[in-house]
Design a protein around this ligand. Structure first.
Ligand code: CTP
Ligand code: CA
Length: 225
């Protein structure tokens, strides 16, 4: 897939992108986390800057260099990501949730390091649900006509799971990709299908995460007009 120089078709638009994976602390030295690299979210940020958008990138534990021209807000937990995204979304034309948000966090944060005790089995870790940021954004739409885009990594019944998730979340577009067998996580390539609340289905062939990002922006631009 080849594209010419970027058209400034996002000029005058504010887009908010979340990237990376949240970490939910257990104690001062430990957390529950996930394997999201943040690369797809950063590719979305770079391509949006190239297309003229004002970009806010909410980055959770990525360790990647800040994309030139984007405002980067570093966060750690799902709660922090929620605060930053909802605030930035107030005047956004589009919000893209590429971050892997932890579904659960430890019910209790131990202020001191958890220690093992001789002859005792470890206590189980109780978890509680984190807020669903994508569902909240989709329901609220602080700015009229705002577009909300989600990502879903699925393993089994990829398309059926994607359709059900799109309906459940209430977002406009859901980028669904298959994971497992070395696919997607941590690599520079991606592939998938973008499902639309309007019933549309756009396959994205295997290619650089930048190419997938540009195809997502194409779909966003078409729906913002
Ligand atoms: N997401 C979110 N807040 C959460 C969990 C997920 O905003 N607490 C967003 C992700 O950023 C992503 C989308 O929802 O854009 C789908 O995430 P996914 O984990 O696939 O959805 P879940 O509803 O958590 O479903 P599952 O039980 O399959 O993990
Ligand atoms: Ca989840």
């Amino acid at each position: 897939l080849t594209r010419g120089p970027a058209e400034p078709d996002l000029a005058g638009r504010h887009v908010v992108i979340s990237a990376g994976g949240t970490r939910e602390p257990l104690d001062p030295v430990r957390f529950l986390g996930n394997r999201s690299s943040g690369k797809q979210g950063y590719a979305l940020a770079r391509t949006a800057v190239a297309r003229g958008a004002r970009v806010t990138l909410v980055a959770a534990n990525t360790g990647l260099p800040d994309p030139a021209g984007a405002r980067v807000l570093a966060v750690g937990t799902a709660e922090q990501l929620r605060e930053a995204v909802l605030k930035a979304a107030a005047d956004a034309d589009a919000v893209v949730m590429a971050a892997a948000v932890a579904d659960f966090r430890p019910a209790v944060y131990a202020a001191g390091k958890i220690k093992k005790k001789d002859g005792e089995e470890p206590a189980p870790i109780a978890l509680v649900r984190n807020p669903d940021i994508l569902a909240e954004l989709s329901a609220e739409r602080p700015r009229p006509g705002q577009l909300v885009v989600g990502f879903a990594a699925e393993t089994d019944d990829v398309l059926a799971n994607g359709r059900a998730k799109l309906a459940r979340k209430g977002c406009d577009l859901l980028v669904v990709n298959e994971v497992g067998n070395g696919k997607a996580f941590g690599t520079d390539e991606n592939e998938g299908v973008v499902l639309g609340a309007d019933g549309s289905s756009t396959p994205i062939p295997h290619g650089p995460k930048e190419a997938l990002a540009d195809q997502v922006w194409d779909l966003v631009v078409a729906r913002l007009a």
